[in-house]
Design a protein around this ligand. Structure first.
Ligand code: CA
Length: 230
C-alpha cells in the first residue's frame, strides 16, 4: 500500500508530550497539526478534514470530552484516540461512550501509540472493512478486544492479545523474535528474547484445540498457521 500523506490533528497542552508525539509521527511521514487549546482545536475540526485525531482530556479552552461530543454531534466520524491520565480511570469509559475509537492511559509507550494509530488509520482507509481477524477457527475482534476459538471465548492478557494480533494479521508470515520484541515492548522495558518465548508459550496454551497454531521455526521465528491451509 503506498504511503499517502496522512493528516493527524494532535490536541495536547503538555509541551514535551506534544513535541514527542509530533516528532514520532512526522518521522513516519505523517502530517501533524498540533493544537494546545481545546476551543481552537474544536473550531479547526469543523473546517479541516483529518484522518486521525489524538485528543488529550484536560485542556485549556475546551476539554477533550466536550470536543468529542461536539464532533460526534456534527456527524464527524473521524477516528479519535483519547489520551487519559491514570488518575482519570473513569474517563476511559466516558471517552468510549462519547464515541472515541480507542484510548491510551498516560504515561504510555510511543510504540503503543503508533500501533493503535496504525490500526485506526487502516480502518479509516478501508484497507480492512472488518475489524475481525480470522485464522482457522480463531477469531479476534479488535473493537472489543475479544478472542474466540470456535464458540469458546478465550481470555487473553494485553500482550498475549497484541501478539496474536500481530501474528494473525498475516497468517503464514514468519516473524522473528526481534520483530515481535519491537512490537510488544518499548525501549524502556528490559525484555529479552526469552520474554517472547514466554508469551508464545502462554498464547499457545490458550489456543489449545484451535484449528490454528503457532509454529516455531528454530532460529528464524514464529508464524501462525491455520489448519485449513495445511
Ligand atoms: Ca492536558
Amino acid at each position: 500500500m503506498p504511503r499517502s500523506a496522512v493528516r493527524i490533528l494532535l490536541v495536547e497542552d503538555t509541551l514535551d508530550v506534544g513535541e514527542a508525539i509530533c516528532r514520532r509521527f512526522q518521522q513516519t511521514g505523517h502530517m501533524v497539526d498540533w493544537e494546545t487549546d481545546g476551543a481552537v482545536a474544536s473550531d479547526i475540526m469543523s473546517f479541516t478534514e483529518y484522518d486521525l485525531v489524538i485528543l488529550d482530556v484536560m485542556l485549556p479552552g475546551l476539554d477533550g470530552f466536550s470536543i468529542l461530543r461536539r464532533l460526534r454531534q456534527s456527524k464527524n466520524g473521524v477516528p479519535v484516540l483519547v489520551l487519559t491520565a491514570r488518575s482519570e480511570v473513569d474517563d476511559r469509559v466516558s471517552a468510549l461512550d462519547l464515541g472515541a475509537d480507542d484510548y491510551l492511559v498516560k504515561p504510555f509507550d510511543f510504540r503503543e501509540l503508533e500501533a493503535r494509530a496504525r490500526v485506526l488509520l487502516r480502518r479509516r482507509s478501508g484497507g480492512e472493512s472488518t475489524n475481525v481477524i480470522v485464522c482457522g477457527d480463531v477469531s479476534l475482534d479488535r473493537t472489543n478486544r475479544s478472542v474466540t476459538v470456535g464458540k469458546r471465548e478465550v481470555q487473553l492478557k494485553r500482550r498475549e492479545m497484541t501478539l496474536l494480533e500481530i501474528l494473525a494479521t498475516r497468517p503464514g508470515k514468519v516473524f522473528s523474535k526481534e520483530e515481535l520484541l519491537d512490537q510488544l515492548f518499548g525501549f524502556d522495558e528490559a525484555a529479552g528474547p526469552n520474554a517472547i518465548e514466554l508469551y508464545v508459550g502462554r498464547l499457545r496454551k490458550k489456543l489449545e484445540g484451535a484449528k490454528a497454531r503457532i509454529v516455531t521455526l528454530r532460529g528464524v521465528g514464529y508464524q501462525l498457521v491455520s489448519d485449513d491451509d495445511a
